[in-house]
Design a protein around this ligand. Structure first.
Ligand code: FMN
Length: 364
């Protein structure tokens, strides 16, 4: 039985003008700039999966080509807590619980949500490649880590079966295909949102209606858009962030996944990087040149970014709700829905970021 262990990592499209930055740094600092990837953002072995996706999307048709899409999904702290068992007509997805984020996610809520995100990419790839399939979530009642079985039935364009026997007819081919094509372009946004381009009610409604791809009545999306609503939700997120950074254990478990330098990124191929932090490019360059920041400095930058960047500029906040947050199937379905929304948003020029501080505090 072939194992496909995917400890692969992430990036963002930050292109640094190498020569311009080179002028600003001298002597030993230039060496440090090179060794810390100032001139090679988003390059190296950690970023191979994005290149692989292009090859697989154009040439690959077998089950492994579907996994190439799955591993580009959103997942908490970029822990990539997934293991795939790949057979000619079947893929099994397992949770890699060794990669949990400790006190940030004590009940593994975020882990299962991220696995749902990977599943959504996987089934979108199956649809794009003309497979009909049967998806069974948590197929083994005695196993908490056997997350899904995707049986690949035939290689035609008809009858896309989603969850168990509840085959859905929604998912117009064009929306599914453009979402599939958005897979390598979707990135978590941590920079400021463009306040001159408000998100319309039509867009929010279109995003909400994607819950039909998961199944009727399974997940609910609640939007908070008025000034008053956004202020209230923003305050709650900020209070939760403050509580996380002052909680020694949570702060430590958070910081553990921060990869401040190029060598760590290429070695571990996971975690959160300077390039994806949402700070302006010149701060990113400084962060790479100067010695790595302390846990305290990381905490205070998290707090400041949440306050002045994410919360201050967001047009809308949404909450994805399921009936039972401790039910792993519903967690997976919530993740599938989030991933589908983010892909739709990407193909429609809209930026998004999951902000889970409130639930991280609630679970703590
Ligand atoms: C369940 C879940 C929770 C997340 N929570 C946060 C969060 O609170 N703040 C944040 O900036 N990103 C959050 N993320 C985004 C991940 O950090 C991101 O998906 C991961 O680093 C991979 O990067 P990418 O989405 O750009 O591919 C979350 C993602 C998932 C799936």
């Amino acid at each position: 039985m072939p194992w496909f262990d995917t400890k692969m990592s992430r990036r963002r499209f930050l292109k640094l003008a190498g020569s311009g930055i080179g002028v600003a740094v001298v002597g030993g600092t230039v060496w440090r700039a090179f060794s810390n990837g100032v001139f090679s953002s988003e390059q190296g072995p950690a970023y191979e999966p994005w290149k692989d996706w292009k090859t697989e999307s154009q040439q690959g048709a077998g089950p492994l080509s579907l996994v190439a899409s799955a591993i580009l999904a959103a997942n908490a702290h970029n822990t990539q807590p997934w293991l795939f068992v790949v057979n000619p007509n079947r893929i099994d997805l397992f949770a890699d619980t060794k990669r949990n984020i400790g006190s940030i996610d004590p009940y593994l809520r975020e882990m299962y949500e991220g696995l749902g995100c990977a599943l959504e990419n996987l089934v979108l790839a199956a649809e794009a490649k003309g497979y009909s399939y049967n998806l069974k979530l948590m197929p083994n009642p005695t196993s908490k880590t056997h997350v899904a079985t995707i049986s690949l039935i035939t290689h035609t364009k008809s009858n896309n079966g989603r969850i168990g026997d509840t085959t859905t007819t929604y998912s117009p081919v064009s929306e599914a295909l453009s979402s599939y094509n958005a897979i390598p372009h979707r990135h978590t946004n941590r920079g400021p949102y463009d306040k001159n381009r408000p998100v319309t009610q039509d867009i929010l409604q279109s995003l909400g209606s994607l819950n039909q791809t998961i199944g009727p009545g399974v997940v609910l999306l609640l939007w908070f858009t008025t000034d008053e609503q956004r202020r209230k939700v923003g305050d709650l997120i900020l209070h939760a962030t403050q509580a996380i950074v002052t909680d020694k254990k949570q702060s430590y478990d958070d910081f553990k996944w921060y990869r401040p330098n190029w060598q760590d990124i290429q070695t571990y191929k996971d975690g959160l990087t300077v390039d994806t932090s949402g700070t302006p490019w010149y701060i990113d360059v400084l962060a790479k040149i100067l010695p790595p920041i302390s846990e305290e400095a990381f905490d205070s930058s998290q707090l400041q970014l949440a306050k002045d960047t994410y919360i201050a500029t967001a047009t809308a906040f949404g909450i994805i709700a399921v009936r039972d947050v401790f039910d792993n199937i519903q967690r997976l379905q919530g993740g599938m829905f989030y991933q589908r929304m983010h892909l739709w948003a990407t193909s429609n020029g809209i930026a998004m970021q999951p902000m889970n501080q409130m639930t991280e505090r609630a679970d703590r």
